[in-house]
Design a protein around this ligand. Structure first.
Ligand SMILES: NC(=O)c1ccc[n+]([C@@H]2O[C@H](COP(=O)([O-])OP(=O)(O)OC[C@H]3O[C@@H](n4cnc5c(N)ncnc54)[C@H](O)[C@@H]3O)[C@@H](O)[C@H]2O)c1
Length: 401
């Protein structure tokens, strides 16, 4: 089948590589640099191998494009564009709207349109379908389905093939075609009764993590005040063989999902007149962790970090990736600068970020570890500054949670 995948980022490129093992895939992206790199076999996503990309291109099973006309004769179109928050931290569907415009204006035959972008329940039925119909110049009868993405970039044990995939069509026929499409490269498909169930399940998965991370972040503050180790206490609780799941404290949550998706659920709840107390509070706790960490460091350093040379170690939002979206490092840097510190950061995977370059690992008076990539050994980190605060719990013998 000819498949077009709108958006060639973490989700879209990953799915392109799996789908192009059995289908002819066109990867459409508005970013020309990404398109050019992909067509040269250069992957910008961890976990997507350049050699495999080159092989798919050589077999003529994959090509990237920025020309919307290239999606015209697709049988299946997958939407994988960002669904961020706006500046005032509200759901922002403008990329989905732009994708609908591309699809509506350019498809010349009826297709199955599947949304993989995360959004609130009702997005497929009440936003995507009407928009594609609005922009469509042709009297076409498209089918619509949702299959929320669960990819965890950089993860080795679970991938597109072995991670169970939820799906639902707006019609039984759309569900059937969606199953046929994904079962060509995914082992475990789980049909649910409506797109809204699939959309809500995806939001709840990430909200569950956000709330539990906030709970353990609050707990870390309590154990510190009690003078006991949060990590030892969590290990003790984790010996219970049922009814407990261990989460670990951090300087906050990052990435495209955990800090963002719960706000989509909270907004839906509030529109329905239900106060999203847990979700909003969890978000506030996680976002306040940067302040808490900096306060702890100030206390340890004689009450002020004004004028001190502070280096933030690891600014990606999680280990061994270069993704800085919504990283907690940004809030920690802002807080340190607000307190008058002279702040640099070190991350050999990120290299350049916010117009600044990665600095050397050592040479500062204070190192604050936000993300411990594998190349950042405990020995290197400990030797990096006279005072080290580790927010990851992975460096022994220094200050931290
Ligand atoms: N990254 C993850 O781990 C992950 C996991 C599960 C779900 N999701 C969800 O998947 C969706 C995509 O996330 P992502 O991480 O792949 O984003 P991303 O930022 O990595 O990639 C999105 C790509 O879409 C392109 N784009 C933007 N507007 C476009 C348009 N109108 N037409 C074509 N391309 C366009 C961008 O240039 C970019 O390359 C989001 O809804 C996200 O919440 C992400």
């Amino acid at each position: 089948m000819k498949v077009s995948i709108i958006g060639q980022g973490y989700v879209g490129l990953t799915i392109s590589i799996f789908a192009s093992s059995v289908h002819d895939v066109v990867g459409f992206d508005t970013n020309q640099t990404i398109v050019d790199d992909l067509n040269r076999g250069v992957s910008h996503i961890e976990g997507v191998d350049g050699a495999l990309l080159t092989q798919r291109i050589a077999e003529k099973h994959f090509r990237a494009t920025s020309d919307p006309k290239d999606v015209s004769d697709s049988e299946i179109v997958v939407i994988a564009v960002p669904t961020p928050l706006s500046k005032d931290r509200k759901p922002d569907l403008r990329f989905v709207e732009a994708a609908c415009q591309t699809i509506g204006r350019n498809l010349t035959k009826s297709a199955l349109i599947i949304n993989e972008s995360t959004s609130f329940p009702g997005t497929l039925r009440n936003f995507i379908k009407p928009l594609i119909e609005k922009y469509s110049d042709h009297a076409l009868d498209h089918s619509y389905a949702i299959s929320p993405e669960r990819v965890d970039p950089g993860r080795q044990d679970f991938n597109q093939k072995n991670t169970p995939r939820l799906y639902a069509g707006l019609t039984p026929e759309a569900s059937k075609r969606t199953r046929a499409f994904y079962s060509s490269f995914c082992d475990n498909l789980v049909e649910v009764s409506s797109p809204e169930v699939a959309e809500a399940a995806k939001l709840f998965e990430n909200t569950f993590r956000q709330v539990n991370i906030a709970l353990v972040n609050e707990f870390a503050q309590i154990t510190h005040a009690l003078g006991i180790s949060v990590h030892e206490t969590l290990e003790a609780a984790n010996t219970k063989p049922y009814g407990f799941m261990k989460f670990t404290p951090s300087a906050g949550v990052g990435g495209h999902c955990i800090p963002v998706d719960p706000t989509y659920l909270a907004t839906t709840a509030e529109e329905l007149g239900i106060p999203a107390t847990f979700i909003r509070h969890a978000n506030d706790v996680n976002r306040s962790m940067a302040k808490y960490v900096v306060q702890r460091i100030i206390k340890d350093n004689g009450g002020s970090i004004k004028g001190k040379k502070v280096n933030i170690v690891g600014v990606a939002y999680k280990p061994n990736v270069a993704d800085v979206r919504e990283t907690a490092a940004e809030l920690v840097i802002d807080e340190c600068r607000a307190k008058g510190a002279n702040v640099t950061w070190h991350d050999e995977l990120v290299k350049e970020w916010n117009g600044e370059k990665s600095s050397s690992l050592s040479g500062a008076e204070i190192s604050i570890v936000i993300t411990k990539h594998d190349y950042l050994t405990s020995e290197l980190i400990k030797a990096s500054a006279p005072y080290v605060f580790d927010s990851t719990g992975r460096v022994q013998g220094v200050k931290g949670f």
